[in-house]
Ligand binder design. Structure first.
Ligand code: TXA
Ligand code: MG
Length: 318
């Protein structure tokens, strides 16, 4: 099993030796390796059982450091970087040659992000290279928001887990790039569309590609629990599945018709979207590990982070 701790220098030593270390971020935990070392990056794909067409996000500590491996910043993307880094925003930017093909799956753009987590920022400042890191979960499964989640699923495949506590945001970063001089959101995430548009005006959204995706976070079935999860009117769904042990994932006040004895996880009793985002993946895991046979949930109102949460729920339902 991996060692869990808060020792940045230990994490640094493993990374310098080309090994894998899990890092905490405000979105989800990442499975990190030296982004400039193809051998180290290959270990990430192996550990995650991830198809190699899936490019990785490169994490760095400052805009200045990003300029070391990015060849050009579109002015609107630079505005977003200045407004929201460090934070839950990944920018797709033209890469320099020093980024190995494996890191970007041969694509001309590299995903770049400065995470807003003090421990990981300190680690990144200690290192002479940026860190490639996908979410630290087996491919297709729910992303980890706690060190223990990483240990449970990938603990035998990495050296060290840097423990930074539960991820504050709990949803992966929002991914933005530019095509034909227009900004495009490829993945909804921890930074809302409204926040982005408040800085650069209208952007288009391109999600839901199912084959050869530009961002596999767009794959239709992703972020998925092993148990069947159904999205819709939970009362109807609970009736349809009454022959099975049903668990409920809800948002807001608990309906009176849910009888005692049912397993219920409430994303936010007060309908706070931030709280719901932070709880989402941990609660999906709890329900997946419970003795329930079927998970049912309703979509949230489609505003703010509700859009990204609904996106994850739909993909979790496959
Ligand atoms: O919040 C996050 O983004 C977390 C933390 C660890 O930073 N990372 C994360 O990584 O969610 P991952 O690999 O699970 O999802 C990254 C998504 C993938 O769908 C990938 O295809 C897309 O970003 N992506 C990365 N680089 C890309 C590129 N050069 N072009 C297109 N898509 C890219
Ligand atoms: Mg992922």
């Amino acid at each position: 099993m991996a060692t869990i701790g808060t020792d940045i220098l230990r994490a640094k030593a493993f990374l310098e030796a080309g090994d894998l270390v899990a890092i905490p971020t405000e979105t989800v935990y990442g499975l990190a390796a030296n982004a400039l070392d193809a051998h180290a990056v290959a270990k990430i794909f192996e550990a995650k059982s991830r198809p190699e067409f899936d490019p990785l996000i490169v994490h760095t500590h400052s805009l200045e450091a990003a300029h070391d491996f990015v060849s050009d910043f579109h002015p609107d993307l630079l505005k977003l970087a200045e407004a929201f880094w460090p934070g839950p925003l990944t920018l797709l930017l033209p890469r320099q040659d020093k980024i190995p093909d494996l890191t970007t799956s041969g694509l001309g753009r590299v995903g770049v992000r400065i995470p807003a987590h003090l421990l990981t920022l300190s680690l990144l400042r200690e290192l002479a290279f940026p860190l490639a890191a996908p979410s630290a979960n087996p491919f297709g499964y729910i992303s980890p928001t706690q060190a223990g989640h990483v240990q449970k699923q990938l603990g035998n495949k990495l050296s060290y887990i840097l423990d930074g506590g539960p991820s504050e945001i709990g949803l992966e970063s929002t991914i933005v790039g530019e095509e034909d001089n227009r900004l495009v959101i490829y993945r909804l995430g921890g930074l809302s569309v409204d926040d982005i548009e408040s800085v650069v005006g209208n952007v288009s959204i391109q999600l839901n590609q199912s084959s050869n995706p530009k961002a596999p976070g767009q794959l239709k079935s992703h972020y998925a629990p092993r148990k069947p999860l159904f999205v819709g009117n939970i009362e109807t769904l609970a009736n349809q599945h009454r022959d099975h042990k049903v668990a409920f994932l809800i948002f807001g006040e608990q309906p009176a018709w849910i009888e005692p004895g049912f397993m219920v996880k409430n994303l936010s009793p007060t309908q706070n979207y931030k709280e719901a985002a932070a709880n989402l993946f941990a609660y999906l895991r709890d329900l997946d590990e419970s003795d329930a046979e079927v998970i049912v949930c309703d979509l949230l109102p489609g505003m703010g982070l509700g859009l990204a949460i609904n996106d994850r729920l739909r993909r979790a339902a496959g």
